[in-house]
Design a protein around this ligand. Structure first.
Ligand code: HOZ
Length: 430
């Protein structure tokens, strides 16, 4: 039972449902998977987020990853305000677009050239078109439970909301499109090898989240990424590493820096826009130069390289370069992990905590979880009861089992201790 007052959120949700499908602009936000109605957010600051009824929550969603500095960092706010005073959008090149591209290149040396877009979905969709155009092949391979946005060819056995609502392959995706999307088991190199062998010379790219963050948090097992790298090189397949969530998150150079494996193409988003709508895809010059206007592969966008997003991204990345930033994120996350493991080990509820840096989740099962089939064994009803109790205690978690949580630099010791105490209490409600 939820004790917190959510009257205004209830009213706002009822009104939204009359005009917006499901009352939300993105399915998971409807809280359907956790058995309650969504809270409507009014504002945020640092590690906290506030709903329309004035309730305060410690926020581990962080806009699904980008708010690694916490909400409303003064330098990011200042950059956006200064830029806005000079114009919100030009649909024309700016010096800031080049500056952000250079910052990306410094962090990811394999991104020799990069193009800005407006979302992670656009980044992955564009990278796939580029891979197909560059290789002259039509098929792509993705992993069950990985989510790369909602483009047609990627909504096949997808994670995130698609998994949460039981439609991993969406109606509306023509079978004629879906037949070009091959799917393999995450963390199972032998499965990938056999699929590639059965489709020899036909696969343009393998796309994956180097740490899966849309079926909970599922790290790659030892050798998996390197095995994919070697296979792609051998077969002339482009390896696309989707770092929309992990980029500038699990290290400044993302999962590729952490695991020492590089993609031919890389997709970014979230953090590089400092919370504003942004995405990017980039890679080796010889591939990127196939894009129009240098090459013939078409991709475009009025809001691509939007000045507000570029300024927020530049301000954010500069702050992430401060000495010890990622060490602090690691220490905060490790402290939370230790505290949670203590309280969960003394509870009879089956849970399994998985984490890489400041990205984590609690599966309601014994685990370990290495792939989508494993993730699906979780007790989603128990997760719902846990979520509701946490919300009621002022902790904002992602409202679905198949999502990740995110640490920010703004989370205080008090926040972490309060969270650990809340988990202990929530487990008694599960
Ligand atoms: N599917 C997104 C997270 N994996 C959620 C997007 C949103 O609702 O903002």
């Amino acid at each position: 039972m939820i004790i917190m007052n959510h009257k205004k959120s209830e009213d706002l949700f009822a009104k939204a449902k009359t005009i917006i499908p499901g009352g939300v602009n993105s399915p998971v936000r409807a809280f359907k998977a956790v058995g309650c109605n969504p809270v409507f957010i009014e504002k945020a600051a640092g590690s906290k987020i506030y709903d329309a009824d004035g309730n305060e929550y410690i926020d581990y969603v962080g806009s699904w990853g980008p708010m690694i500095l916490g909400h409303c960092h003064p330098k990011v706010v200042e950059a956006i305000q200064t830029t806005a005073a000079n114009g919100a959008s030009f649909g024309a090149p700016t010096a800031m677009g080049t500056e952000l591209a250079q910052l990306v290149n410094q962090a990811y040396p394999n991104i020799e050239k990069v193009r800005m877009v407006s979302s992670g979905t656009e980044a992955t969709m564009s990278a796939i078109r580029l891979a197909r155009g560059f290789t002259g092949r039509d098929k792509i391979l993705k992993f069950d439970g990985c989510y790369h946005g909602h483009a047609d060819s990627l909504l096949v056995k997808a994670g995130s909301g698609a998994a949460t609502f039981g439609v991993p392959t969406s109606p509306g995706v023509p079978a004629d499109f879906a037949k070009y999307t091959l799917t393999a088991i995450y963390n199972d190199l032998e499965d990938v090898k056999s699929i590639i062998a059965a489709n020899k010379g036909e696969v343009a790219c393998i796309i994956l989240e180097a740490i899966a963050g849309n079926m909970g948090c599922v790290p790659p097992v030892a050798g998996f990424l390197q095995g994919l790298r070697d296979l792609c090189t051998k077969e002339g397949i482009l390896l696309i590493i989707d770092e929309v969530m992990t980029g500038f998150r699990v290290a400044y150079g993302g999962a590729q820096e952490r695991y020492g494996v590089r993609g031919d193409l890389v997709c970014l988003g979230k953090i590089i826009g400092g919370g504003l709508p942004v995405g990017a895809f980039g890679g080796k010059s010889e591939i990127m130069e196939s894009l129009s206007p240098e090459g013939g592969i078409y991709q475009a966008g009025t809001l691509s390289g939007n000045p507000l997003a570029m300024s927020a991204g530049i301000a954010t990345l500069k702050l992430l370069q401060e000495e010890g930033f990622y060490q602090q994120i690691e220490e905060k996350s490790a402290y939370l992990e230790k505290g949670l493991q203590q309280v969960t080990s003394s509870s009879s509820v089956a849970t399994c905590w998985q984490r890489v840096g400041g990205m984590f989740c609690t599966f309601f099962q014994n685990g370990p979880v290495n792939n989508f089939d494993d993730a699906l064994k979780s007790d989603t009803e128990a997760f719902g009861r846990y979520f509701r109790s946490m919300l009621d205690q002022g902790i904002n978690l992602a409202p679905a089992q198949f999502e990740a949580g995110f640490m920010s630099i703004a989370h205080s010791q008090e926040d972490l201790d309060k969270t650990i105490a809340a988990v202990e209490k929530a487990l008694t409600a599960v």
